[in-house]
Design a binder for this molecule. Structure first.
Ligand code: ADP
Length: 273
């Protein structure tokens, strides 16, 4: 009868509604867990340098500052801790902006060869301290013009080069190379012969705060956000990032960029010549 049909439709509607609500609640729960985990990670990252700074300051207040030499030494160390805090907060700020989609990319045409050289200049000293040689392998000595956000790509390169130094071995090498593809892309590779990453860690490597060796990596500085930032920046450009690594052999991180067309398309318009 029409009444039972109506009842059936109603029951189906209610069931559908309940199912959707359940899904919504599950999504909210996942988000809430995610948020809690994020906050937990953030406070954990901040705690270590904060306690370090406090430790030095308390020791000084306890009387150690009477010794001028110790005073200077401890203040310098406390300042290092503050620098680290600033660095972490900057990374947090960046990842939040990237995840909220709040970061407008400022596209320009620039020479990627020159940018790589400028990143090398920044980190040559850091590499030298570990006797790591930075090499730039290029078949062409000419500029290679790409279309991207220069500042953000500099950050990507910096994070990858710094990692290759941090996780590189003494007397090792970091090599950056560019492959100029025939089509509209180039591939930039950052390769090291350092400690490498075991396969089991690779899938989670780009997650924020993920670290292979928790205590070891933290000792090396950094926020655990470097690779997450790198991935977001590359994806915001609609480009791709890859990693290949072998434990105790080395790692290679590579990403693509859009080349600037060599021959600009000339619009002749509709006028006939
Ligand atoms: P971190 O601040 O810990 O360096 P990242 O997000 O930059 O954070 O890197 C995440 C983890 O990936 C590191 O803790 C390290 O274990 C691993 N890793 C990154 N780059 C390399 C590399 N070139 N060689 C070996 N391990 C690496």
């Amino acid at each position: 009868s029409p009444v039972t049909t109506d009842m059936r439709t109603l029951i189906k509607e209610v069931e559908k509604f309940a199912k959707n609500r359940k899904k919504e609640i599950e999504t909210l729960k996942i988000r809430e867990d995610y948020r809690k985990e994020f906050m937990g990670n953030v406070s954990h990252e901040l705690k270590t340098p904060l306690f370090t700074v406090q430790g030095y300051l308390l020791t000084l207040l306890d009387g150690a500052m009477k010794d001028k030499k110790i005073l200077k030494k401890y203040l310098e160390r406390a300042n290092k801790g503050v620098e680290r805090l600033i660095y972490i907060v900057k990374d947090l700020d960046m990842i939040t902006k990237l995840e909220v989609g709040d970061l407008n990319l400022n596209y320009t045409n620039f020479d990627i060869v020159e940018l790589i050289q400028s990143v090398f200049d920044l980190y040559e000293m850091k590499a030298a301290k570990k006797k790591i040689i930075l090499t730039f392998d290029m078949h062409y000595q000419e500029p290679i013009m790409v279309h991207a956000d220069k500042e953000r790509i500099q950050q990507v390169l910096s994070n990858l080069v710094v990692n290759s130094i941090k996780y590189g071995k003494e007397d090792g090498t970091t090599e950056v190379s560019i492959e100029d593809l025939v089509k509209s892309k180039v591939i930039v590779r950052v390769t090291d012969n350092g400690e490498g990453i075991a396969q089991s860690h690779i899938p989670r490597l780009f997650e924020r705060f993920y670290r292979v060796d928790k205590s070891g990596s933290r000792k090396e500085g950094g926020s655990g956000l470097g690779l997450a930032i790198v991935k977001h920046i590359i994806e915001a450009h609609h480009e791709r990032i890859y990693v290949e690594s072998d434990y105790r052999v080395g790692s290679e991180f590579s990403f693509t960029l859009e080349k600037v067309k060599k021959f600009p398309v000339v619009d002749l318009g509709t006028e006939t010549v």
